[in-house]
Design a protein around this ligand. Sequence first.
Ligand code: PLP
Length: 437
Amino acid sequence: FPGDSTIWDDASALDKAHVFHSWSAQGKVHPFEIVSGHGSTLVDGQGREYLDFTSQLVNVNIGYQHPRVIEGIVEQARLMCTLGPGYANLARGRAASLVAKRAPEGFSKVFFTNAGADANENAIRAARQFTGRDKIISSYRSYHGNTGAAIAATGDWRRKPNDYSRGHVHVMTPYLYRSPFFAESEDEECARALEHFEQVLRFEGPDTVAAVLLESIPGTAGVMVPPDGYFEGVREITRKYGILMITDEVMAGFGRTGEWFALDAFDYEPDLITFAKGCNSGYVPAGGVIFSDEVAHAFDERVFPGGLTYSGHPLAMASIVAAQEAMEEEGIVANARRVGEKVIGPGLEDLKLRHRHIGDVRGKGVMWAVEMVSSRDDKHMLDAATMAAIHTKAKESGLLVDVHDNRIHVVPPCVITDDEAKAGIAILDEVLTATGC
Ligand code: PLP
């Protein structure tokens, strides 16, 4: 393009000129150049460091530039950069076995995808093929990805302009702070949410429903940790009607909640588990579906009608193997749990004591939401201008946080240290004071 040579070394100018951004009005994008990172820190084009409480799109669980993962990718690149999904390959077999190992007993096989959306897409496909039914029930407060069925299953605004896929039904799931069921305790919320779920199922016709698809902890929607008994209850109801259960571990999986899978903290087994992000922290795009043996065996003689050119891509597989091994050897999941329990949880609760616009703090591990309200009595969402000011002020102070609607999401890499977590919370404290919260 004419003129490009003048901006060839200017990332922001090139971005403005040629990059079409996701989920954005293109004229309102403000390029923010990042050139490198280490651990829980990102480095911008001017060499300025930021403590990262976002893990980018909540995917960098192992932190930036982990040497084991880089080495794993480089070694595999030297050996074989690309290989179609039909061939056997050691990196792919190892990655599948390491991922399946984290699922409950009786989950042996993994179908690899490029990311989380196509993982959900293929889990939905498997459930529809397995049951011969069509409908998928998911939660109104959810995000499952930006492909056909995954975005139709999504329960936030992003679904509406993309609502072309049929056969999707939504329910309300537990959220005690803004209870859709007028509940006053977790037990009441759980019981009423289950009653609502079964009623919707009955009115839809249970024999038209293939599967229920739920995030184990709804992430982007606001980190609503489900009450004890909710998943167990959903499982019981789905079994009663021969409906499959798909657990979306794309964001919550691989250490984020201080467990390998967030579902480990509950007492139920789904039929299909979808994963992506934390399996290799996005060093190479990857995701997949872990199949229970029962569902997998249904396709022993019958063709599974799904596939991708890059399913099980060797570089992605090598990065999964290296990331999984490093996470295990370095105790990274245990670190996420400990930092959550000892530093982040108490630190955010302490902020709540001192900042009157914090309405609720919830989460576990390194997956937290701070819900901001104009007043604790009416719980009205804090205005967008103040939320934007919090975001900007934090960035100016060297801290990256996610702001969604009226919430600040605190979702650092699982490798964050106690000191880093304390430093980030101290910055947040100052930012909340400076923005009048
Ligand atoms: N499922 C959940 C719970 C997610 O949070 C996301 C992405 O944020 C997805 C699915 C989609 O994953 P991807 O963007 O890798 O397609």
